[in-house]
Ligand binder design. Sequence first.
Ligand code: B12
Length: 212
Amino acid sequence: MKEQLVEAIANMQEEEALQLAQEMLDAGEDPQVVLDACRDGMAIVGDRYEAKEYFLPELVIAGDMLQDIGALVKPLLKGAQAEDEKPLGNVVLGTVRGDIHDIGKDIVSFMLDVNNFKVHDIGVDAAPAKFVEKIKEVQPEVVGMSGFLTLAFEQMRLTVEAIKEAGLRDNIKIMIGGAVMDEAITSHIGADAFGADAAAAVKLAKTWTGVN
Ligand code: B12
């Protein structure tokens, strides 16, 4: 069924995709498998966009589909969290300036949240000064930057620079992620690590806060 969901997303079959996701969850499938299928489907959409088979409207539909499926998955993940636990740490998270992609960031935010981190989400198109301001305010252990466009490389680098200039770099760990990011770009940007998905983001945050 996972493959069918990937296909439905890739082929812009909105209703089928939502129905398949619901059926998988009803049948007791791990919500993470549903999210993985979304990601695989989105990767195909991205490839078709690049190949000029799809255009902006398809990206918009794909974004809508993912948000709808995300809304089905989230309550199931949330159920696992104990309400009264003390947060493991603070994370400031945002999509960098010039970039408005937020689906991946929101999944990361949500997974950190269900894993008991306090997430301070500063949204999309977040300028370096906005990161700095929030870091000063909440003094997080971890900062996460999301980026989906090639132009985000430079914005991430500028954000790290701004954090350094504000004298805040030594106290925090910085992770980056998003469609076009990879391990190789991490040191260029001046970040500490790259995470390929939300699970990696949680793992990094746990390592850096001494949880494991
Ligand atoms: C949906 C989509 C859109 C939607 C976004 C809706 C929304 N609310 O986010 C809309 C239609 C708005 C859009 C617009 C554009 N898009 Co677009 N979009 C996509 C698409 C198809 C999927 C992105 C997505 O949501 N994926 C699903 C999520 C779940 O996966 P994910 O994003 O990778 O997130 C996971 C990981 O990356 C990771 N992660 C994410 N953030 C972080 C952060 C940290 C700290 C860590 C550790 C991990 C992490 O965890 C997430 C969950 O597991 C991608 C193609 C692709 N393959 O990604 C193109 C893509 C990103 N878009 C692209 C482009 C070009 C654009 C536009 C410029 C198009 C245009 N001509 O206007 C605009 C840009 C607008 C802007 N200024 O930002 C290009 C970017 C190319 C490039 N190299 O620059 C891509 C790659 C498509 C392509 N192949 O050409 N887009």
